[in-house]
Each structure stands twice: as C-alpha cells, then as structure tokens.
Design a protein. Structure first.
Length: 727
C-alpha cells in the first residue's frame, strides 16, 4: 500500500508537473504567437506607411513643381498687365521647354480666355467665359475670393482629356482684378509618373479629394472601400489651397499568414524545444533590455541630431577635464560658439535645412580640433569645445580662427547655397574660473561681446565683461522691483503749435529716480527692450498719463492731446500684453485726443498684424505718428502702406539749422512732403529762437524742445496748463 501510495504520489507529481509544463508551454506559445502577430502587423503597417508616404511625397512634389509655373505666370502678368499675345506665347514656350506635365497655359483677362498656348490644340478654348461654366466657375470664384492658387480636378477639360486645372487670380498694381491664369496638368501622365497605373506599387492605394476637398471630395483613384476600413493607413498632401487624402493597405491584406508561426506551434509538442525556447526567450529579453538601456543612456547623454554629447554629458566631461587639469597642472580652454543668424535659415528654408546646417557645422568644427578635445551641442545653435592641455603650439585663438574660417565657407542645404558665420567666446582654466559654471558663464559673456561688436569673430573673457554683466544684472533686478512697486514716474513735455505757441497736447515720457538720483533713460530703456519689460513700462505710462490728462481736460474744460510711444517688442510677445495695451488705449480715446508714436523699425516688418492694429487705432480717432523720421530706413512707402498722420522730424536735423545747408534742405523737404501727403509735421529738439523762427517760417505745424519746455512732472505741467488757460 505504501509503494502504491508512493507511486500515486509520483504519478500525481509527474502529472502535475506535466500539466504545469504544458500550461507554461501553452502560455508561452500564446504569448509568442500574439507577439509575433503584433510585430508582423506593426512591420506591415510600417512598410505600408513608408510606401504610402513615398508615393504621396512624389505625387505632391510633382504637383507642386507644376503649379509653381502658374504662380510664376501670375506674378509676371501682375507686373505686366498689358501683356501681348506674342509675349504670352514666348513666356509659356519657355515654361513648356522645361518639360513639365502642363498641357497648356491660358490667360483670361476679365475672366474670358483670350490667350492660350499651345494655340493649335486649344482653339476651342479661346473666348471661353468662366462665368458661364457651371463646372469651372466655383473654382475660379474661390481663386478670386481667396487670392490663393486653386487646383481643381481631375476634370474633363474643354479641349479634351482629363487633367488638373490650376488657377490663380491676378490683380493689377492698383489692386483691381485683372483676370485669371490657368494651366492644365496631364492627370494621366501625373499618375503614370508615380507608378499608379498597372498597380505597379506594393500596396493597394486610393486617393480622394477632388477639387482639393480632402475627405469631403470625390474619389480620384482606387477603391473607395479603403477609406471605410479603419485599418487603412492615411496621409494627406497639399494641392493648391486644398488637400488630397490617401488611404493604403498591403496587397496581401492584414490577415495574411504570420511567418515562422508554425515552427513555434510544432515546438509545443517537443519538450527539448520547450526548454531551449524558454531559455532563448529569457536570453532575448535580457539582451533586449540591455540594448534598450544602452539606447536610453545614449539618448540621455547625446544629441540625436548631431551625435554630439549634449549638455548633460558635457557638464560631466568638463568636470572630469577640470579635475585632470588641476591635478596635472595644465590649462584648458572653453570655446562657446554661437551661430550668427541661424533663425533666418530655419524660417526661410525650413527646419530640415536648419538641421542639415547644424550637422555640417558639426563636421567642420570636428576637423579643426584634436581627438582629445570635446565638441558638444550646448543648445539650439550653440556649441562648446573643450580644448584640453592648451599651449603655445595649440592656442585657443588659433583654433577659433580656424573654426570661423571653415564656417564662413558656403553650405549647400537642400539645393540652396547658404553662408553662415559664428561668434566665439573663450574662457581659460584656471585663469577665468575653476568650476563648470564659471567657465561656461564667462565664455558666454565673451561670446556676447562678439555679438555686440558685430558678430563673426572671437574674444577672450575679460574682467570688464564680468563687471558689466554684474552691473547689468543689478540694474535688471532694480528695474523689475521698480516696475512691480510702480515707482517709475511719468513726465510730460508740451507739444507747441508753432504759429501761436499754444500747448494743446504733450508727449508722455518715463523717468526713473532711485535714491534721489535720476537714472538716465539710455541705461534702462535698452535693457527693458531686450528683456520684454518695455511692454509693462509702456502700459504703465499709458495708464498713468491717460488718467492724468483726462482729469486735466475735465478741470480746464478743454480736450487735451497725449502722445505715447509704442514699442515693436509689444508685437513679439506671445502673452496678452498687446491685447491689454490695445484695450487700455481704446478706452482712453473716448476722453482725450491720443497719438501713438511708432518707429520705422516697426514698419519695416510690414506685418499684417501691425497694419491691422494701426487701422483699428485710426478707426477710433487715434492719430499715428512716425517718430525720429529720417534717422532709420526712411521710406515714403511707409506713409502709403500704413495710416500715418504725423511725421516727427528727428532732433539731429533740427540741431543743425543755421549750421548745415543740407540739414536745412532735408528739414524743408520733410515738412513739404508731410503736407503734400496730408500729414502734420512735428519738429523735435527745438532749443533756440533761430530754430523756432526758421521752422515757423517753413510752416512746420508743431514743435517740442527745451526752447519751449523741458519734460516736467504732473505738478509743473498742471501749472503750465493753468497759466496758459488764464492768459
């Protein structure tokens, strides 16, 4: 009985062990099967997406290339609205010589086709009036309404065949509608070029979005059921001002057999494969974990774009380099490199070009440093080089010169030649510091000294830079506190009517007094501009001055005028500063006459936002003045493009009245020009009787300066107004 019981126990244990192993095997097989199926589907999705993106990219690029010719023709005609048939033919012949997929190009002055090329194959198009076409008029109307290039189709063309039709509305220099230009793109040739006919692709593809309507548009190519399947991979391309939507699936479908799955199922029956498979899966997991760990470590310490050490690894490397240099008593140097005007490359050529530039800069810098040195990407367009063991034969300034020379050579980015330069600051251990923070900070200060001196150079750190940096930081802290405590003061400089010296308005100016001493404006205004605090100062000045002038207007029973400055920085902030300022000044405009003084620098950007804001102010009765006219990039086009009411002549011209004939001639010209343009002229910085008399004789409308009054606080300005009111 004991032996039987022992056998039963053994059988039970064996059975349980077998069941356990079978259960483990089953779970492992199920796990592996699901994993393999998911991996297979992921790879299938990835392959499908890659081919879909490639096809969409080729198709989008081809369409963009062809419709660019339409933009070119539109631009040409907008400049030459009186274009003749022969000139049109020569232009289109030159375009078709490039062998695009264009079937023809046509021009329709007043929306009636009068010019087309080639003519022989398209005679039936001549005289076609777009307004009579139910099919084509909506696209033409949209092109006129939006001002953008519209791509319709594929459609049946008037001259036969199918194609895409790109249309662009043209306005003459006076802004009047000239008509439209159009070009037909051979749709069949377009699709043939990317391999759609004959199912030459490795995927099943469908396209919809006729007339650029995306998902709402009709089918263009393929099986519409692909769009109803949630598993389809989707992408879009821009076509004119619209989009085409693509859907794709693998030709074999999503439910095909998963490779090697049968091998693992067979392993279910083999005990040896069970143990080997179990061990192998554990080994694979361990290997994968190690690989992921190494990848994560690299991602945490290396820049993914350039492959250089990032800031984290740089800090660690620099600390070790300092330790070795301190132990072995040698010097090392830091080169803080900042690319000059890197942002325009990103803005104008795109981030891909910017990335290529950073990669090529990395390669060039590496060619001029030793293997024992370290090049790291510190941030954005900033690099730092650690030069170990510098000496007379390996000087930091020599390395900096070599780096500047190699960066100044032209770069080729996406078929565009780009020129670049750099500003390099140099700090030395142990002379300039003995810690990471000290060396980096001082190299950074030296680099900014180069920036302030005109860029494209190098500079060693000096003690004067440290002193200037510390003083600047102290001034910044005090200014922040002054703004927070509203301890700044607003002064008022009267603006005088030159014909009778009557004061009807004033300019509000900020003043800062600290510990009984006035801090000159030039010391803190530039700092406020750079840090964005100028927006808070402008708001404070406007709020304080508007409330004060409103009170004075009520007491004296006259409507007084106030001029305030508008900083260009207000338009750059992403916060609500501009909206708050706008609400404040529009509210103040109900009780006092307001003038907003802007600089030519603000107008140079020719921003739609700036134009909109200025017109909004103008519509509420607020006048617009150009401040310091004649000192910047003065252009009559500003007065034509923007709603300018007043031109303020800079004091540099006024100071030379009676001393310089050219300055007097320019002053006379500016005043006459202002009056001819319907603007008022204000002279700044009048300091003598002779200047006043001369300007009055020229018919200048207003003036301000020490000859009349210096800027004064509220109490003095109130007395000035009351004295005038009594007299």
């Amino acid at each position: 009985m004991a032996e039987h019981s022992s056998s039963d126990n053994w059988n039970l244990r064996t059975g349980l062990f077998f069941i356990f192993l079978s259960a483990v095997l089953l779970m492992v097989m199920i796990y592996l099967e699901n994993t393999l199926r998911q991996t297979y589907l992921q790879n299938l999705q990835l392959d499908t997406t890659r081919e879909l993106d490639a096809v969409a990219s080729r198709l989008g690029a081809t369409i963009t290339e062809n419709i660019s010719w339409v933009n070119g023709l539109a631009a040409h005609i907008s400049i030459n609205p009186e274009i003749s048939q022969s000139e049109f033919r020569r232009y289109v012949q030159a375009v078709l010589f490039q062998k695009p997929l264009l079937i023809n190009m046509a021009a329709a002055p007043d929306l009636v086709v009068t010019m087309v090329h080639p003519v022989q194959q398209n005679q039936q198009v001549i005289g076609f009036d777009y307004r009579t076409s139910v099919d084509q008029w909506p696209a033409v109307a949209r092109a006129i309404e939006t001002g953008r290039l519209i791509v319709a189709g594929p459609i049946a063309l008037v001259q036969g065949g199918r194609g895409l039709v790109a249309r662009k509305a043209i306005h003459d220099p006076d802004g009047e509608l000239w008509g439209v230009v159009a070009a037909a793109i051979d749709a069949d040739a377009l699709f043939q070029k990317v391999g759609l006919p004959g199912n030459q692709l490795g995927i099943d593809l469908a396209i919809r979005g006729k007339d650029g309507l995306g998902f709402e548009g009709e089918m263009i190519w393929g099986n519409p059921e692909l769009f109803a399947d949630a598993r389809s991979q989707l992408t879009t391309i821009p076509v004119g001002d619209g989009t085409w939507l693509f859907a794709a699936q693998p030709k074999s479908g999503w439910d095909g057999a998963v490779p090697v799955l049968g091998i693992f199922r067979t392993g279910f029956l083999v005990t040896f494969i069970l143990f080997c498979g179990f061990f192998y899966s554990r080994y694979q997991k361990h290997t994968q974990d190690l690989r992921y760990q190494r990848i994560l470590e690299k991602q945490a310490t290396y820049d993914q774009l350039t492959g250089l050490p990032n800031r984290i690894l740089f800090e660690d490397t620099l600390a070790k380099a300092i330790s070795l240099a301190s132990r072995d008593h040698y010097k090392l140097a830091l080169l803080f490199i900042d690319l000059d005007r890197f942002k325009p490359v990103n803005d104008n050529l795109g981030h891909k070009a910017g990335d290529l530039l950073l990669q090529q800069v990395t390669e060039r810098i590496n060619r001029h440093i030793r293997d024992s040195d370290t090049l790291a990407r510190y941030s954005g367009d900033e690099f730092i080089v650690i030069l170990n063991h510098i000496h007379d034969d390996y000087k930091p300034d020599t390395v900096a010169e070599n780096i500047l020379a190699t960066i100044s050579e032209p770069f080729v980015l996406t078929n565009n030649q780009v020129f670049c330069s750099a500003s390099i600051g140099i700090s030395v251990f142990p002379d300039d510091g003995k810690t990471n923070e000290e060396l980096v900070s001082k190299a950074d200060q030296a680099m900014y000294e180069v920036k302030n001196s005109g860029r494209n150079g190098w500079h060693y750190f000096t003690r004067s830079m440290q002193t200037e940096s510390e003083n600047r930081h102290i001034l910044y802290t005090r200014l922040v506190q002054a703004i927070a405590e509203r301890s700044l003061e607003v002064y008022y400089q009267p603006i005088v009517q030159l014909n009778d010296r009557f004061v009807s308005k004033c300019e509000a100016l900020v003043r800062w007094f600290s510990d009984g001493q006035q801090i000159p404006n030039y010391q803190f205004i530039e700092l406020a501009e750079e840090t964005g605090m100028i927006n808070e100062i402008d708001h404070f000045v406007l709020e304080t001055a508007a409330a004060y002038l409103k009170q004075q207007s009520q007491e004296l029973n006259v409507r007084l005028g106030l001029s305030v400055n508008l900083s260009p920085r207000l338009f750059l902030n992403k916060d609500q500063a501009l909206l708050k300022w706008l609400n404040l000044i529009l509210g103040a405009a109900d009780s006092i006459d307001l003038t907003v003084e802007i600089t030519e620098r603000l107008l140079m950007a020719e921003s739609d936002q700036v134009n909109t804001i200025l017109h909004q102010l103008r519509d509420r009765g607020i006048t617009i003045a150009i401040d310091d006219f004649g000192t910047g990039y003065s252009s009559l086009s500003y007065i034509l493009k923007f709603p300018i009411d007043i031109i303020k002549i800079d004091r540099s011209f006024i100071n030379k009245i009676g001393l310089d004939d050219k300055s007097e001639a320019l002053t006379d010209t500016i005043i006459n020009m202002a009056h001819r343009m319907g603007c008022l002229a204000v002279a700044e910085g009048i300091e003598t009787e002779a200047q006043y008399t001369y300007l009055k004789r020229l018919g200048c409308d207003f003036g301000q300066g020490y000859y009349f009054d210096k800027p004064m606080d509220q109490a003095d300005f109130s007395r000035r107004l009351k004295q005038q009111h009594k007299s």
